[in-house]
Design a binder for this molecule. Structure first.
Ligand code: GTP
Length: 814
């Protein structure tokens, strides 16, 4: 498997911007416009508009980018010298930081609520153990390195993953592999160690990404705060008595710091604009530098200006630092302390000696020290301490600003210049390379510190020094404040681009797959719906037409002998009827369950017919034998009565016929009733009439005694018949059996209907989820496309700003 992602290069610096990223005409345009306008329209770099989902794929307002590239012309290379340029870049970078934050926050939200963002780990899809793609095979893991080039027009290459072939479920590496190999993402790189190696699932990745985004947002906040901080510190260091304090006074055009022929500065003196102290000039003696707060008088001691010289030279109070707030009424283009862009603080250091060397080195390394100005006496050149300090400092700061002071004392100035430059070349080659701007030969005490010198008295060397120093501070500040943000943004935007591109591809694939599945599943779903209706209808038909059971009450021709045997026979007949009905119902249910149904599984259920057909007769017959049952004196009157009873039974059974209706019960119940009528009525009547006629002549007594057995039989039979008639026994039992038969069958049909309903509901739910997922995938596809565009555009702006350039480039331009 190959991947264009794998074959694409990691971000290159300033040498090859993919065309899809940068409109080269526009980049050129920036340059042309910068020459004409000389300014960056930072109002057009507003990236604070929220990112929104939009079904149509309009993911975020592109006005920022559009206006930036069309009307908001920036400086072409970002190398406009001066304060304006720096201020504009600060604003622009702040805009980019804010825009990137918005994108990240939105990504996190998307990750949580919409589309689980995945990481572009690369590996083979074919083997269980992930392997490198061809492009990576046999090579060490590719790490992104900030490769610097001379070109200012390049940006990074986003990997092209349009041909990505990985399946979603196979796209994650094990944490180990991911650690060592190809995660393309650096700033947003996940801490894979914290994830359970075997359980690295999509959700785990998503959680890790959230954590990483949180960290990144914090860092963006810090970078933003750092850029917002307008202060910058210039450390003025040098040998004892080299003229550092004189030089600082000269820059301020004020004789604030004490100057002496003897070494006099014993502590660090930081000179700041009085505006930082509410516009009041003051000296604050500080013992605990970290605790110092200009608004909290308990953190410092106010020192009178008249005592400043004593404190600076003696420092008996043991101050670590003096903060000297100084009013500078000059215009911003003349003043260093307040120059309109950066509030520069000048820190006058004690002269170097072996004791102070370490302290000085620590101080110089501080992050807020943007520039080191090293004052060296032209008379003494560089001492051993100076050499050592500069050596360390040049490692730290790369470039140094060197003031060769007391040049007025030198007779052979050229020779001195040559010798000192030679020394500088040894100590800091890069400073030497730009010595025109970084090394200045002046006489600080020639500058009038009692007020602004008249224009006629201006000293060209000092003017040049001040201009160079201001520019150097601003450039260095650009480097120290903006470059970290530039670096970070550059990498971060690359990462966002990678994630967006990768996930856009995934979303597109998921959308395609889900849409295809939905389309493919449509016919089967329709068939399932049709089957459901058809099978239930068929089952209903079976219930109504084919489920039958036989008649009732075959018992009367046996019930004539004795009550118990009659009742037993009746019960047996009833049981037979139930059994027969049960078998019919069972057959019917089997037919229902055996109906051919595709695509759904219907587990046969226990019809529980015993429950419906066994011992359900809760209306037992109870006949009591009385002494009068042995006598039957109404023989002659009995015939009509019996016939009436039979008719009554028929009528009752007719009620049952109407009640159950149709073919289902009508015939069988009626035939049962007729049988009952025949047995109990006409047959028994004939059977009993013959003995009665034969015995008539023997006399009433003989008749009564001899007829007792038959009378018992007749009376018991009459009682049984009467009971059955009065209790609607036949109708009740017919109704009961029919009711339970239908109930058992209905239960099977309901089960069948439930099976279909569940299957259809499940399928419907599945398809609904698929549709929703497809919708999210479709939106995500556009969303990530939008994120990618935005990352690209912001990278382009970042590139055009040119803040992420090395000092070589800064100084070369200058
Ligand atoms: N001729 C001449 N003398 C200078 C120049 N700059 C300073 N001085 C003198 O050099 C002496 C020392 O000057 P400072 O400014 O106190 O020197 P420093 O480096 O601050 O001294 P410490 O802080 O004590 O190390 C003073 O007498 C100044 O007048 C200059 O350009 N030319």
């Amino acid at each position: 498997m190959s991947s264009s992602y794998a074959s694409s290069s990691k971000p290159k610096r300033r040498n090859s911007i993919p065309d899809k990223f940068i409109d080269r005409d526009q980049v050129e345009d920036y340059g042309q416009m910068s020459k004409s306008t000389g300014s960056v329209n930072t109002s057009n770099l507003n990236y604070q508009e929220p990112v929104h989902y939009d079904n149509k794929g309009t993911v975020f307002s592109s006005s920022a980018v559009a206006t930036t590239t069309s009307s908001g012309k920036s400086s072409s290379s970002g190398h406009l010298p001066g304060q304006q340029d720096f201020a504009e870049k600060c604003q622009a970078v702040q805009g980019l930081l804010t825009g990137t934050k918005t994108v990240l926050e939105n990504l996190r939200e998307t990750n949580n609520a919409r589309f689980v963002i995945q990481y572009p780990f690369l590996y083979s899809n074919e083997n269980r153990k992930p392997e490198r793609t061809q492009s990576f095979s046999g090579k060490a893991p590719v790490r992104r390195v900030h490769k610097r080039t001379n070109s200012l027009t390049g940006t990074f290459n986003l990997p092209q993953i349009s041909n990505f072939q990985l399946e979603i479920q196979h796209r994650l590496l094990t944490p180990e592999d991911a650690q060592e190999s190809n995660s393309s993402v650096n700033v947003l790189k996940l801490d894979m160690k914290s994830a359970e190696m075997s359980a690295i699932k999509k959700d785990s990745i998503a959680e890790l990404l959230n954590v990483q985004i949180g960290k990144t947002l914090n860092h963006l906040q810090n970078l933003s705060a750092r850029i917002a901080d307008k202060s910058s510190k210039v450390l003025v260091a040098g040998d004892l008595n080299a003229g550092k304090s004189t030089f600082v006074n000269a820059l301020l055009r004020k004789g604030i710091l004490p100057v002496d022929q003897q070494p006099c500065t014993t502590l660090f003196c930081e000179v700041l604009d009085a505006r930082e102290n509410g516009g009041r000039e003051a000296v604050h003696g500080i013992k605990d530098i970290k605790a110092y707060n200009v608004n909290d008088p308990t953190t410092y001691t106010i020192i009178d200006f008249e005592h400043l010289e004593r404190v600076v030279s003696d420092n008996t109070e043991g101050y670590a630092l003096l903060k000297i707030y100084c009013q500078d009424n000059r215009l911003s283009h003349e003043s260093l302390l307040h120059n309109g862009v950066v509030d520069i603080a000048l820190i006058d250091c004690p002269g170097l000696n072996s004791d102070s060397l370490k302290t000085m080195a620590v101080f110089a390394r501080q992050e807020e020290i943007d520039v080191i100005v090293f004052v060296v006496s032209a008379e003494n050149h560089f001492t051993l301490s100076a050499n050592q300090f500069l050596w360390n400092a040049s490692n730290e700061k790369a470039y140094l600003f060197i003031v060769v002071n007391k040049f007025d004392e030198i007779k052979n100035k050229e020779k001195c210049r040559r010798m000192i430059l030679e020394q500088i070349k040894q100590i800091s080659p890069r400073t030497f390379e730009y010595h025109d701007d970084l090394v200045h030969f002046v006489s600080s005490n020639a500058i009038n510190v009692d007020g602004n010198p008249p224009h006629t008295n201006r000293i060209p060397e000092v003017d040049h020094l001040e201009e160079s120093l201001r520019t150097f501070v601003l450039k260095k500040r650009s480097k120290s404040k903006l470059a970290p943000a530039g670096h970070y943004l550059h990498n971060l935007l690359y990462d966002i681009g990678v994630l967006a591109e990768f996930n856009r591809e995934l979303a597109a694939k998921e959308y395609e797959q889900l849409t295809r599945e939905l389309e493919e599943g449509e016919p089967a779903f329709r068939k399932l719906q049709r089957d459901g209706s058809r099978v239930v209808e068929e089952a209903e038909r079976l219930l109504n037409e084919d489920c039958r059971y036989h008649g009732l009450l075959y018992v009367w021709n046996y019930a004539m002998e004795l009550r118990d045997s009659m009742l037993e026979k009746i019960q047996n007949e009833l049981s037979q009827c139930e059994l027969s009905a049960k078998q019919e119902v069972s057959t019917c249910i089997e037919q229902i369950q055996a109906m051919p149904v595709q695509n759904i599984s219907i587990d046969p259920i226990d019809a529980k017919l015993d429950k419906y057909f066994t011992n359900r007769n809760n209306n037992p017959i109870q006949i009591h034998i009385d002494p009068s049952d042995f006598f039957d004196l109404n023989l002659g009157l009995d015939l009509n009565h019996r016939m009436n009873e039979n008719v009554g039974i028929l009528g009752i059974s007719g009620g049952a016929l109407v009640m159950f209706g149709g073919k289902f019960l009508g015939y069988n119940v009626m035939s049962s009733v007729l049988k009952i009528s025949n047995v109990v009525g006409f047959n028994n009547m004939r059977k009993l009439a013959l003995p009665l006629i034969g015995l008539a002549g023997l006399g009433f007594f003989v008749y009564v005694v001899s007829d007792a057995r038959n009378a018992v039989s007749r009376n018991v039979a009459r009682k049984v018949r009467s009971h059955l008639t009065q209790s609607n026994y036949a109708e009740f039992q017919a109704h009961r059996i029919a009711y339970h038969g239908r109930k058992a069958t209905r239960r099977s049909i309901n089960y069948l209907r439930d099976c279909f309903r569940r299957a259809i509901d499940a399928e419907e739910q599945k398809r609904k989820e698929q549709r929703e997922k497809a919708k999210v995938s479709d939106e995500s596809k556009f969303y990530f496309g939008g994120v990618l565009s935005k990352a690209e555009e912001m990278s382009k702006v970042l590139e055009v700003l040119g803040i992420d350039v090395v000092e070589d480039e800064i100084l070369a331009v200058h």
